[in-house]
Design a protein around this ligand. Structure first.
Ligand SMILES: NC(=O)c1ccc[n+]([C@@H]2O[C@H](COP(=O)([O-])OP(=O)(O)OC[C@H]3O[C@@H](n4cnc5c(N)ncnc54)[C@H](O)[C@@H]3O)[C@@H](O)[C@H]2O)c1
Length: 328
């Protein structure tokens, strides 16, 4: 019976419908031993022995891992697939699926919670109250400010309507923006440089691609307004963290709220940890209880469907080009 490895720790102990869907399709579910992290390619490869499909987190499916395994399917519980080398996956005939529509509300809520937190100076204030310091200094109001959304896809759109609900003006930069959505919601589409120049808050909602990696660097940070706030719930690789820390230390940026980092977990010698105008989270944007269940269920269903010879619909398959002639 073909084996399916479920890697995300959070799914080990939950009796989620994803497991049932996989088993009912006639596949065997296995987990890594001792809740082992598979973020190291060597460990990942060891655990892929005899495995035909992975219900995956953010593990690095690089060309070597793909070439040395016998995978047929990688079903990501999530929407970002930058951890999978797509050229190698397609070359090996490995179908890669994602879970669109399952986590955009969760990510938008995380971005907003970081935004509210830094606008009210919560990182420092929480520490002050705990240490007996009672300092009451007013900060600028959020309502009425302009937020620039870099990326107006599923998460960007969920952000846009929520931001408008709290009185923000929304502008966005996205080469493939849904113009009808933007027009309906009165969102001005701008170039990236216009966005940096006009936005009081810059919030990233793009995938990590060769074009977007390190798009936030010393040059782009200098284009942002003095006192701007930066929010990143997209990917750490989009940001030069040294340049970001410099911009925060000099107070060119007022503050940053960060859910994602270039290296995760964030190393304890990161310059970001020495700053009091940064609010940090452990890559939890897409992970509220509802989205966890929805992502796992959809990923499990995609594996079951592929095993039964059905092709997952609704934009779940990333490498659609494999469809003609693909067999488990
Ligand atoms: N923090 C988390 O836990 C978490 C959870 C889910 C997703 N994410 C990240 O958020 C990203 C976006 O997710 P989504 O569901 O909105 O994806 P999506 O595909 O619906 O939207 C992404 C949008 O970015 C746009 N884009 C691509 N390149 C761009 C560029 N150079 N400049 C501006 N826009 C560009 C695309 O045209 C698209 O509209 C994911 O790829 C993932 O990396 C993070």
């Amino acid at each position: 019976m073909p084996r399916v490895l479920i890697t995300p720790h959070l799914l080990y102990e939950l009796d989620l419908p994803c497991r049932r869907a996989i088993e009912e399709a006639g596949l065997e579910v296995v987990y890594p031993p001792n809740a082992m992290s598979l973020m190291d390619p060597t460990d990942l490869l060891k655990n892929l022995d005899g495995v035909a499909a992975v219900l995956a987190g953010m593990e690095p499916f690089n060309p070597e891992v793909l070439a040395k395994s016998n995978l047929r399917v990688i079903a990501r519980a999530g929407v970002g697939y930058d951890a999978v080398d797509m050229a190698a996956a397609s070359k090996q005939g490995v179908v890669v699926t994602i879970t669109p529509g399952t986590n955009e509300i969760s990510v938008a809520e995380q971005a907003l919670s970081l935004l509210f937190g830094v606008m009210r100076g919560q990182p420092g204030r929480d520490q002050e109250v705990r240490s007996g310091v009672w300092k009451r200094v007013p900060l600028p109001r959020l309502s009425g400010k302009t937020i620039g959304l870099v990326g107006l896809g599923r998460i960007g759109r969920a952000m846009a309507t929520r931001c408008q609900g709290i009185g923000l003006k929304v502008i966005a930069s996205d080469p493939l923006a849904d113009a009808a959505f933007a027009a309906k919601h009165d969102i001005r589409l701008v170039t990236l440089d216009e966005l940096y120049a006009e936005a009081d808050i810059v919030s990233l909602h793009t995938p990590a691609t060769p074009e977007t990696v390190r798009m936030i660097n010393a040059k782009s940070l200098a284009k942002m307004k003095p006192g701007a706030v930066f929010i990143n719930t997209a990917r750490g690789s989009l940001v030069d963290e040294t340049a970001l820390a410099d911009a925060l230390r000099s107070r060119h940026l007022m503050a940053a709220g960060l859910d994602v980092f270039d290296v995760e977990p964030l190393p304890l010698d990161s310059p970001l940890l020495a700053l009091d105008n940064v609010l940090l989270a452990p890559h939890m944007g897409g992970l509220d209880e509802e989205s966890l269940e929805a992502m796992a269920t959809m990923a499990g269903r995609s594996i079951a469907e592929l095993y039964r010879g059905e092709w997952p619909g609704n934009g779940r398959v990333v490498n659609e080009e494999l469809r003609a002639g693909w067999k488990w």
